[in-house]
Each structure stands twice: as C-alpha cells, then as structure tokens.
Design a protein around this ligand. Structure first.
Ligand code: NAP
Length: 263
C-alpha cells in the first residue's frame, strides 16, 4: 500500500526539496500551508518533474491555535494513515527583542512551537499503536545557544531540539519503533526564510557554515533511510559542531554575534 507523508510548509523552500525525495519514492504527499497560490504553483512544478506523484493539500494558517486541529480533522476525514510527519513550517525574525513586533513574535511561537507540539501530540498515538511511523522535526543550529537579535527564534528552536530529542528517549523507554528525528540545519541561503525574516543583510547567509536547501534535504533523506535521528545539516556546520562542547560559551557567543552582523 502507498505510504503517506505529511509536510507542513511543504510547498516552499526546504519543505519542497524534501517533498521531491518522498515523491520519487512513491509516497502520497500531503501538504499543509497557508498560501493556496503558492501550493498550486508548487504542485504543478512537482507533477511536471516527477511522474505519477499524488499530492493532496490543505490550506490553513499554522500560526493560529486551531491550525493543527484543522489539519488532524482533514487527515481523519480522508481516512489517511500518516507514516511520516514532517514539522517543517517555520519563520524567524531579526532585531532587538524590546523593539520587536510582538504580534509577529507571538505568531512565531504559535507556528514554530505550539503547532509543532500539537501536531506531534495528535499524530503520535496512532503511530505508537501501530508501532511504526516517523516524526521529523525541523529545528535549527540556532537552537544550540541563545542568539541575541534572533532571541525568540533561537528559543523556539531550542524547544524543538529539546522536545524532539526527549521524545525520542520516551520512544526508547516504551520500546516503540516510532522514530523521532531532530534536524538542525545551518543558515540556508536559497529559501524565502531570510526574506520573510528581514535578514537579507545578515552575514550568516553568506557565512562560515551556510548551506543550501538541496544539501539539507539530501542530509535529511540520507538520515531517514539510515539510522541517524539527530542531524546537524550542512557539511561545514556538521564539522564545526564536533568542537561545540569544547569551545567556551563566551567564544561561541562571539562567533555567533560575528555571524549575525549586518553587512
Ligand atoms: N532558512 C534557514 O536559514 C533555516 C535554517 C535552519 C532552520 N530552518 C528551518 O527550516 C524550516 C523551513 O524553512 P525554509 O528555509 O524552507 O523557509 P521558507 O522558504 O520561508 O519556507 C517555510 C514554509 O512554511 C510556510 N509557512 C510559513 N508560515 C506559515 C503559516 N503561518 N502557516 C502555514 N505555513 C506557513 C511557508 O509558506 P509561504 O512561503 O507561503 O509563506 C513556506 O512554505 C523552518 O522551520 C525554518 O525555521 C531554516
């Protein structure tokens, strides 16, 4: 029987690139995003690139509290079983916290944290009862230390990393075969993320460890086919990460702040 992958934000950026891997492996693709125009364009592109791909989509705003419940209801009404859930939709912002647009920051918390946590909560029980399934949570290298001027974003991603790694341990305690994967990409320069977050001038997108959506999607696919559940993505970031625990916090902060300077 055809397997099904649900990808939030699947019609754009990294989500689209991950979708291509699953589509080539004959998964039914379920996309959830908030712009129907973007979804329809992306759907046509995917269909013209990959033969016989099945794509269904649902339009909802995942920065609203009811977003994840709407998604769950749509999946249930269609009697689909989710084999792979990819919590990918997310955005960031740049600037001092006290000067930030507080409504936008609240939406970020709802999208990056609340709906990721709630979608996981809604889809996990069926996976546990079938003793199979994979949840892939897209976090960030911003989750490793608090980032001044990207404070709320790095805090939301710290939640994602902590939550996902901890949930993986719970699956082990339950002796469950359900996999929880945590993905921490470096700065990706070829998606809409830096534009929507008004970060086009921030050095990190041309910096030390910057990467591409293709490289991150390839890393995720390789890990999905293998056994690695914690992925630091982008080969330069992966190399640097080996030394993270050896570098004093003040030096890490210094490097991060250099990376976050505006050109
Ligand atoms: N780019 C980076 O440097 C970077 C680095 C590390 C981690 N990440 C993480 O990787 C993930 C994907 O980011 P990306 O770089 O591919 O960014 P992107 O190009 O902006 O893609 C994000 C996707 O999420 C959708 N989305 C945004 N807000 C939404 C909402 N309220 N409800 C439903 N869907 C929404 C977007 O739709 P629209 O295009 O219609 O807005 C888009 O399809 C995010 O979780 C991000 O935090 C990114």
């Amino acid at each position: 029987m055809k397997k099904t992958v649900l990808i939030t934000g699947g019609s754009g950026g990294l989500g689209y690139k991950i979708s291509c891997h699953f589509a080539k492996s004959n998964y039914r693709i379920l996309w959830v995003s908030w712009s129907e125009t973007e979804i329809i364009e992306a759907k046509q592109k995917l269909i013209s690139n990959i033969q016989n791909v099945e794509i269904e989509y649902f339009v909802t705003d995942l920065s609203l509290t009811q977003g994840s419940q709407n998604v769950f209801n749509w999946v249930t009404e269609n009697k689909w079983t989710i084999d792979v859930l990819i919590n990918n939709a997310g955005f960031g912002s740049f600037g001092f916290f006290h000067l930030s647009d507080i409504e936008k920051e609240k939406k970020m918390i709802l999208l990056n944290v609340f709906n990721l946590f709630q979608l996981t909560y809604l889809f996990l029980p069926e996976m546990i009862s079938h003793n199979k399934g994979v949840i892939i949570n897209i976090s960030s290298n911003s989750s490793f230390i608090p980032l001044p001027k990207m404070l709320i974003y790095s805090a939301t991603k710290a939640f994602v990393t902590h939550f996902s790694k901890g949930l993986r341990e719970e699956m082990k305690l339950l002796k469950s075969n359900v996999r929880i994967m945590t993905i921490c990409p470096a700065a990706i320069y070829d998606t809409n993320f830096k534009i929507s977050g008004k970060m086009e001038q921030v050095k990190t997108f041309k910096g030390l460890a910057t990467t591409t959506s293709d490289e991150v999607a390839n890393d995720i696919w390789k890990a999905f086919l293998g056994k690695n559940d914690f992925v630091v993505s982008g080969k330069r970031m992966r190399f640097l990460y080996q030394f993270y625990s050896l570098i004093p916090y003040r030096i890490l902060q210094y490097i991060a702040q250099m990376e976050l300077k505006e050109a």
